[in-house]
Design a protein around this ligand. Structure first.
Ligand code: SF4
Length: 478
């Protein structure tokens, strides 16, 4: 095996572009997802090292000296951070000209040719599901014999044939060993999970075809491939030994509840361990299943409601009825299950009226907390092609402003970028600044000191976010 460094490169202060982040920008409150995709491939390359620079607060100057110790560096990149990551690749190469530098992630999977042309210091790209592509490369296999690899040779760019998706997910080793070896788990925080938390995948892919959603349309695919429940439970057991301080396990599969048999089997394995856990879910889980999950330690679900308007849900191919979402929310309230509801303002078909309707919907289904995003049309998605054809694209590159905050990449003749941006703030204010919601959050803080510390810190960041809006709008796109 060649000596390999896996790097989530330094970026904006607080920028979360890690291989696991679903929201590649600074969030309104400081949040970091575990770099699970990079950790997964690092687990397959013995003696490798994973550096996740942004949560560790590492700058380029901190990382560069490491370049001398390795033969290969694999950088995780994303559309908003690509240019900055390309500069990091060049800087690593300057320190160690013999270093082979590669990139992975959805952006380079979709735009392999363009990325290699735009970043002369990058020698190779591992496209789509890159785990075994990178493993074979680190084993020293000839590059022309590695499926899924694009590379530069004598000034020419070559693209090998596609790699088949992994069918036996139990083949993948535990990421928890890499977390233990290379990460400080206290660096990772998301507002919706208890702190400290650990995030794992039990499978990849999502059966739904939401037009904006990056992962299933690029790396993960639309077939939900899962690990066996026992394999997942064994990894959590190891986590309990390594990290007794962890308060919650988050299963970051696109939609864990897409496979009812699988999620119920995992729940029944976790229940006896007394683990508190949470996951991503779609708002169509049957009541009986929700009850099994709740009875076996599930505390919270992150649910992509996106909009309260049926036409918008249809426009984005959400495959969901507003009535079903109401019923799901009622079931969750009845069982005492918490929901972190995620919404997007400015999707195709959005008007000022549908924004109002979605805010009213959010207040009625009343998730415990919410996240409101701007629309982001990433290359490789249906929405990206649609936005280009329809002339909705604000700028190809301008997904984040120069402070690292996301900006709307779409605008419409009847709804400007500034109006979409303002609607996000308004949404938050109208949802959170209600006496019942304030009382609920204060009550939760009073019951749990750790939650109190986290919410107070988040509260300060959130207020700064809301009241620095003019700066964010004025910021120049990178
Ligand atoms: S259900 Fe969620 S994860 Fe699946 S495609 Fe839609 S937004 Fe993406």
């Amino acid at each position: 095996m060649m000596k390999t460094l896996f790097l989530n490169p330094p970026s904006f202060d607080g920028f979360d572009g890690a291989a696991g982040a679903r929201y590649q920008a600074r969030r309104e409150i400081r949040s970091f997802w575990f770099p699970t995709w990079l950790a997964q491939v690092a687990a397959m390359v013995p003696d490798s090292k994973l550096i996740d620079a942004p949560p560790a607060g590492l700058t380029l100057e901190d990382v560069l000296p490491q370049a001398a110790d390795y033969e290969i560096a694999v950088l995780y990149t994303s559309s908003p951070s690509f240019e900055s990551d390309a500069r990091t690749a060049a800087a690593l190469k300057e320190v160690n000209p013999k270093l082979k530098v590669g990139m992975v992630g959805a952006h380079v999977a979709v735009l392999a040719q363009e990325s290699l042309e735009a970043a002369p210091a990058v020698d190779f790209v591992g496209r789509n599901e890159f785990d075994f592509t990178i493993k074979e490369l680190c084993e020293g296999r000839p590059w022309d014999d590695i499926d899924g690899l694009s590379y530069r040779l004598n000034g020419t760019i070559h693209h090998n044939k596609e790699r088949a998706l992994i069918s036996d997910m139990d083949e993948l080793p535990f990421v928890i060993d890499v977390y233990k070896r290379d990460l400080k788990i206290e660096d990772y925080v998301i507002g919706e999970a208890l702190y400290p938390y650990v995030s794992l995948y039990t499978g990849r892919g999502c059966r739904s075809r939401c037009t904006f959603c990056l992962w299933p349309q690029t790396i993960g695919g639309h077939k939900y491939r899962v690990r066996s429940a026992q394999h997942v439970v064994d990894e959590v057991k190891r986590g309990l030994e390594y990290f007794p301080q962890v308060r919650e396990y988050f299963f970051d599969d696109d939609t864990l509840t897409d496979n009812i048999e699988h999620v119920e089997a995992i729940a029944k394995g976790l229940g006896p361990l007394g683990v508190t856990w949470s996951c991503n879910a779609k708002a169509n889980v049957p009541y009986e299943t929700l009850k099994i999950l709740k009875d076996n330690g599930m505390r919270l679900m992150v649910v992509g409601y996106e909009s309260g308007d049926q036409q918008i849900l249809n426009n984005i191919k959400k495959g969901m009825k507003v009535d079903r979402m109401y019923r799901f929310a009622e079931d969750c309230h009845k069982l005492g299950l918490k929901v972190h509801g995620t919404f997007i303002v400015g999707l195709p078909g959005e008007t000022k009226e549908t924004i109002k309707q979605t805010i009213e919907f959010a207040k009625r289904v009343n998730p415990h907390t919410i996240q409101v995003s701007l629309p982001a049309a990433y290359p490789g998605t249906f929405l990206y092609n649609q936005a280009r054809e329809e002339g909705w694209m604000r700028s190809e590159e301008g997904m984040v402003a120069n402070a690292g905050f996301q900006v709307s990449s779409l605008s419409y003749p009847h709804l400007s970028e500034a109006e979409i941006f303002e609607a996000v703030d308004n949404f938050y204010k109208r949802f959170f600044f209600r006496p019942t919601k304030i009382a609920e959050i204060v009550g939760e803080m009073a019951r749990d000191r750790e939650v109190m510390k986290m919410r107070l810190k988040e509260g300060v960041e959130f207020m700064k976010f809301l009241f620095s809006r003019e700066d964010k709008v004025a910021a120049t796109p990178v």
